[in-house]
Design a protein around this ligand. Sequence first.
Ligand code: AMP
Ligand code: MN
Ligand code: MN
Ligand code: MN
Length: 273
Amino acid sequence: MNVDLHCHTNLSDGALDPRVLVDLAVQRRVDMLAITDHDSIACYQQISRSTGDIQIITGIELSTTWRNRGIHIVGLNMDLENTGLLQGVNRQSRARAERSQKIAEKLQSFGFENCLAGAEKYTEGGQIGRPHFARYLVEIGAATNVQQAFKRYLGAGRAGDIKQQWADLEQVISWIRDAGGVAVLAHPTKYNMTRTKLSELLAEFVALGGEGMEVISGSQTPSVTQSMARLCQQFGLLASCGSDFHSPQQPWAALGKVPALPSHCVPVWSRWA
Ligand code: AMP
Ligand code: MN
Ligand code: MN
Ligand code: MN
């Protein structure tokens, strides 16, 4: 079964319109898809979930912090009409708006003007995020590409990496669970944590009601997959997998090209399949 439970549309920092993304997933013979925009469920107003070609599971990627590190929690298979979830998404949207002003102020202190308006041009009306600032910094010549903009100004530990606004881990997990969903730790290898730190995070995540982790995120080596599968089993978690697709220009995160989970993993979709 071809499963992709992590990807982004242009309603957050992805390149494709939700309908175009679903068409691409169908073309790539994805059987089960969840779109997980950053702190947004707006894409589900634009797509039909009752298509015969593909099973669509509701999803979101919520931003939070743990010990002052930015962490992402994917919520899957939630009731999108749940009041607590809707209030949570609104709270995170306000946090994004406030954060974007602070990012703009930080960038201003480097002499870069009008960054908020500049970044907003790239959002297409969706959720604003650091990648939109990165594109503007490239536009004005402050960086030669998006990666460099992150490295200099927006990435972990840089001036524009503002993360105080997010709801805490306990809160985001409870929004997902109260809406009937499963909370999944996103891309555990992308936090630059030691195995010890990651285990501490997982222990706390499980204690707070987290139930899954991404054993596969984008393209990764088989040894990383085995290592994540071991952690997943150790903590008694359900295993998820997703491309973290943002754009067709990024072959390392290709929609619908996610390898199969190791056979000893309990897939997260055993919850609803
Ligand atoms: P935000 O949700 O606004 O904090 O932005 C985080 C997003 O920025 C991630 O989901 C990635 O899509 C992107 N991102 C994070 N780090 C980098 C990086 N070093 N280079 C390019 N894009 C990045
Ligand atoms: Mn992103
Ligand atoms: Mn993420
Ligand atoms: Mn993502």
